[in-house]
Design a protein around this ligand. Sequence first.
Ligand code: DOR
Ligand code: ZN
Length: 350
Amino acid sequence: MPTLPGDRLTLTRPDDWHIHLRDGAMLRAVMPDVAARFARAIVMPNLKPPVVTAADARAYRERILVAVPEGLRFEPLMTLYLTRDTTPEIIREAAREGWVKAVKWYPTGATTNSDFGVADVRPLSAVLEAMQETGLPLLMHGEVVDAEVDIFDREKVFIDRTLSRLVEDFPGLRMVMEHITTREAAQFVREAPANLGATITVHHLLYNRNAMLAGGIRPHYYCLPILKREVHRQALLEAATGGNPKFFLGTDSAPHPTDAKQSDCGCAGSYTAHAAIELYAEAFDSVGRLDRLEAFASFHGPDFYGLPRNTDTLTLMREPRPVPERIEVEAGVTLTPLRAGERVSWRVAS
Ligand code: DOR
Ligand code: ZN
């Protein structure tokens, strides 16, 4: 099929500033999707057991590199999981390894494998100071977990109770509010000093909570922070496509076996790595802002982290392609991608 000029989009190769790659068979299953699109990714440390030291990160990084398909280049940017046992020395040692790029804070109980997290970071101020000194950013799952706070309000309450204080107390610490989902978060990040940035997932740009709950309950749209109302989706689209360098691409692609999602107590997480950049192109195109995709996907992230931008490119073609119902992980285990059995409007040119 001939391609019209508007149907072809060449970008500086993008990076993913928030992804879950898992381990073992799942890691091997997802790596081809990730490496075909992204040059680098910030790899989340919420394995079982979590990645808590430079030695853990080194071993995990090697397993990731082994899973990169031949002929593709991919650079994993590693993170440590902040626990009550994290010390300033652990931070300094990790920072000396050039490939540890950040520390992730999961409030205890906030999401998948967050049991080792800490409820509050204030008792860890010596650790935060070591991060500030060594230049390692603090990545936050920005939700409170109190049972009395409604699940749809957890992000906003986190900003009011915790983030506003942190930003005041640590002006020299780079921080990323991960996967923001609300108008309030977009506004807070926009108005905060330059040391606070935010990632935005593609599922929060494309879907509101109806996708998960209207006309039937759809577990593959269940993720944390949970999908919100349409007004929030619109605010996120505005933030992502507005050209502000504080906002950058982070898919939060979070694969789980199909059985673990479709169960009495299904896990949180949507798998989007199979079509990540294509879906972002759909979202940007929906508001006529494909021209802003490259900055969001390929410039703002490395600029925030102080890393060089990629020098090679990736080309997308506007050409619908089907999404499989299931992806094989290993014998008896599948993964259900977002949009399973439907279509995506773009494809990556080979
Ligand atoms: O939906 C989510 N899944 N949100 C997270 O924060 C964690 C992730 C996972 O690891 O499955
Ligand atoms: Zn995540």
